[in-house]
Design a protein around this ligand. Structure first.
Ligand SMILES: Cc1ncc(COP(=O)(O)O)c(C=O)c1O
Length: 389
């Protein structure tokens, strides 16, 4: 929770704003890098989770690579200081101009998502006199046991190349002089908390790794994507994800062939706990069936609850000032946006709360600020960084 000094600072700021705890971010990054080191695993940061410049700077300083899903993310990664040989570029619909920009920067690898994309990258690379290093993003049909909106590795998902298309991929690669197959790539979903899921992924990766070597293709890289989940229910008690357990599974169950590198693309696990969205109560509406707290933050600042029914812990930001005996009231916590889905939480138990009280929506460092919009012509997002206080 927040200490008294911080609560005082929050009280003086215009709300809503994202509060970034950059010391916690650094601690999380250190934990991830340390846990990966014994196995010589290569960690990339999935920039889609948060490309706030200050956040990116801290991540780049930690020495990890960048995983991008658009040409602009590639350029932002370079601007933040990530070296091009640590940048990978995934995405089911890369536009020609994005491919060209990434080729011009000689990025480490394109994670290719379809047979047709192979042909397009080959043509564009040939035009520029370049060779594109590629990894095939394969859809392994492994159930991530997470919310269906953030599951990506099943046959019904749009992502990746299906296993039965691999022969055709190899034919295209063999006749494409401007492509060099460097690896295979997987990303089966996000907010995965059952680590057994990653064992199932390893089994599939091993099968496919063998499939390629039986056909005479040695792969340099096995990229197993991201997806490690965080504890949205207990942000203070469980600040740092179990990176050690996570990497240990891959070390134990992945059969690396000599010289093969293993790459990861972690997003949420690196940044989620480092931010809270701080908001003020504008109105309290006590109804017959429901009590509502109407905040000055809405789905325009934090879209996850409206987009995929995501849970975030919601607290009074001045929790410390609250006497444990204070009566609890059940509130639906909503935003000011003209949409019924603009709701952060239903039946949330809070002490009696009044206009002007500060509310913290926790664990919003990933897929928070980056999904903000101007819908309803809302203000630009505001930030407060711990290192400025
Ligand atoms: C290709 C790819 N890699 C990595 C990630 C990062 O996932 P996470 O934030 O769950 O670690 C994503 C996010 O969905 C992704 O699409």
């Amino acid at each position: 929770m927040f200490n008294k000094t911080l609560i005082k600072v929050f009280g003086q700021k215009e709300t809503p704003f994202y509060y970034y705890d950059l010391a916690l971010l650094d601690k999380t990054l250190r934990a991830a890098v340390l846990a990966a080191a014994p196995f010589s695993f290569h960690v990339h940061y999935a920039m889609k989770a948060n490309f706030n410049e200050r956040v990116l700077h801290h991540i780049q300083q930690a020495g990890v690579g960048a995983d991008c899903v658009s040409g602009n993310e590639v350029l932002a990664a370079l601007k933040a200081g990530f070296s091009s040989d640590k940048i990978v570029f995934a995405g089911v619909g890369k536009a020609d101009k994005e491919i060209i920009a990434a080729l011009e920067q000689d990025i480490f690898s394109f994670n290719v998502e379809s047979v047709q994309e192979l042909e397009i990258i080959n043509g564009l690379a040939a035009g520029l006199g370049k060779t594109a290093r590629i990894a095939l993003r394969i859809n392994p049909n492994v159930d991530a046991h997470t919310h269906h909106y953030i599951t990506t590795g099943l046959d019904e998902n749009k992502f990746g190349i299906k296993v039965w298309e691999l022969n055709e991929c190899l034919e295209v690669i063999i006749r494409s002089p401007s492509l060099r197959l460097s690896g295979i790539h997987f990303h089966i979903g996000s907010q995965i908390t059952d680590l057994n899921v990653f064992k199932s992924l390893c089994v599939k990766v091993n099968e496919l790794n063998n499939w390629f070597s039986e056909r005479g293709h040695h792969l340099d890289v096995l990229n197993v994507g991201g997806g490690l989940g965080v504890n949205y229910h207990n942000p203070d008690g469980d600040q740092i994800p179990d990176f050690e357990g996570y990497f240990a599974i891959f070390n134990q169950f992945l059969d690396r062939k000599p010289g093969q590198e293993v790459h990861f693309e972690l997003g949420r696990a690196l940044v989620a706990q480092s931010a809270s969205l701080i908001s003020r109560v504008l109105y309290v509406k006590n109804g017959l069936k429901k009590n509502f707290l109407v905040l000055d933050a809405g789905m325009t600042e934090l879209m996850r609850p409206a987009l995929y029914q995501a849970y975030h812990k919601i607290e009074r930001a001045d929790q410390d000032a609250i006497v444990p005996t204070d009566a609890q009231v059940s509130y639906d916590i909503v935003g000011p946006i003209c949409e019924s889905t603009d709701c952060f939480g239903k039946e949330v138990a809070l002490p009696i709360t009044k206009r002007g009280d500060l509310i913290a929506i926790r664990t919003t460092g990933a897929y928070g600020e980056v999904m903000a919009s101007h819908y309803n012509l809302r203000d630009e997002i505001r930030y407060v960084y711990s290192e400025e206080l």
